[in-house]
Design a protein around this ligand. Structure first.
Ligand code: 5GP
Ligand code: MN
Length: 363
């Protein structure tokens, strides 16, 4: 998806998505035949993963299904205000019970991830399960494991895709304010509150239909975009004032946070959400890299402007992936090694800086 410069118009996705009729029919049949449905999403679930999972859970429960939402690990505190999060089961806390749910499922939905390894410790159990699996996702290069796959990388969010899919399946009359709220949460999360990756008019048509169901958008924006704890604000201030390295010549910025630095600032999961976007505000910066030291890996996050492909960088250098303008990875090495890789790629990356990227970066 491009970002709305006049020249980008022709590159947008077709005006309306048409789903494969056969896939829709098979999805409907799988749902009709299922009694126990398990919904899964990726490790370190974000608002799109949780929003789409909860929306589908509410919808399917409305059809009388028994539904269990399983996440590989705990969701960030900031998402707990979404309707239905109390019944979400994190694998990290309910291993054996979660395992049984997967084994007993007669349908598994795979939301907001393109490959089973993204579910971390859920992966072996999902692979072992004989239940049909339906993939609903907007990441590139889906792994071929699903019985039915709805893979639409041009969509802004899995929640946008779910909105269209629910309509295509004829389930729109079942969509409640709660469901619409969860779907909006995912769209807001993956577009940074409509800041990026949201230039397609179709998205706003879908948003308008959700808004008609009385979604409190301002509340969602406050909860998802404009809320920050004092600790997290101080950590962000520290990162930006002490740990941000800007290379004007390379159009790049780097922020690193070590375990010690995180601990000093009472870091909690999700506290640096959004930090990687900040350096993109600096005129001339086309891409931003954030390296966070976790217990046994380095969490890599990258964001970019225009057509600068951070998914490619994450894939090539940090065995990760993602989208053109927002990507990440888990690097198995030290923070020092991850930083060295960053510095070693700067020169080469200059080849990837286009006029279009600079159009967004230069003011
Ligand atoms: P974030 O920086 O918010 O963690 O991730 C941004 C995007 O990058 C996510 O939406 C996801 O698509 C992708 N991503 C993050 N971590 C990984 C990873 O470890 N592997 C892959 N393939 N993609 C990732
Ligand atoms: Mn997503």
């Amino acid at each position: 998806r491009t970002n709305g410069s006049p020249s980008a118009q022709t590159e947008q996705r077709p005006m309306s998505v048409t789903f494969d009729k056969d896939s829709i029919a098979r999805f409907r049949d799988l749902v009709a035949d299922a009694r126990r449905i398990v919904i899964t999403c990726h490790l370190a679930p974000d608002g799109d993963a949780i929003g789409s999972s909860l929306a589908m859970a509410h919808l399917l429960r409305g059809m009388g299904k028994s539904v269990r939402v399983l996440t590989p690990d705990e969701m960030p505190h900031a998402l707990k205000m979404l309707p239905g999060t109390k019944s979400v089961m994190a694998w990290s806390s309910f291993g054996a019970h979660a395992e049984r749910s997967v084994a007993d499922a007669d349908l598994i939905l795979c939301l907001d991830y393109n490959a089973l390894y993204r579910t971390s410790r859920l992966e072996p159990f999902l692979r072992a399960s004989q239940a049909p699996k339906v993939l609903i996702d907007h990441h590139k290069e889906p792994e071929d494991f699903a019985t039915v796959a709805f893979s639409y990388p041009d969509m802004s969010a899995t929640c946008e895709l779910c909105t269209l899919l629910i309509e295509a399946c004829g389930w729109w009359p079942l969509v409640t304010t709660e469901i619409a709220t969860c779907l909006m949460a995912g769209i807001i999360t993956d577009t940074g509150g409509f800041h990026y990756n949201s230039s397609n008019p179709e998205l706003f048509d879908a948003v308008a239909r959700l808004m008609r169901l009385k979604v409190d958008k301002d509340w969602l924006m406050r909860c998802l975009v404009d809320t920050k704890s004092a600790d997290s604000m101080r950590l962000e201030a520290y990162a930006l004032s002490q740990k941000m390295e800007v290379d004007a010549d390379a159009h790049a910025a780097l922020i690193t946070l070590s375990r010690d630095e995180l601990n000093e600032h009472h870091y909690k999961k999700g506290d640096t959400e959004g930090l990687v976007n900040k350096p993109l505000a600096i005129p001339g910066v086309v891409y931003s890299v954030y390296l966070r030291e976790e217990a046994d890996y380095i969490k890599v996050s990258m964001r970019s402007l225009g057509d600068f492909p951070v998914d490619l960088l994450c894939k090539t250098h940090y065995s990760g992936g993602g989208h053109l303008n927002a990507a990440g990875g888990e690097f198995r090495g030290t923070l020092r090694q991850a930083v060295d890789i960053y510095h070693s790629m700067l020169q080469d990356n200059k080849k990837l800086i286009t006029e279009k990227a600079l159009h967004y970066a230069t003011r």
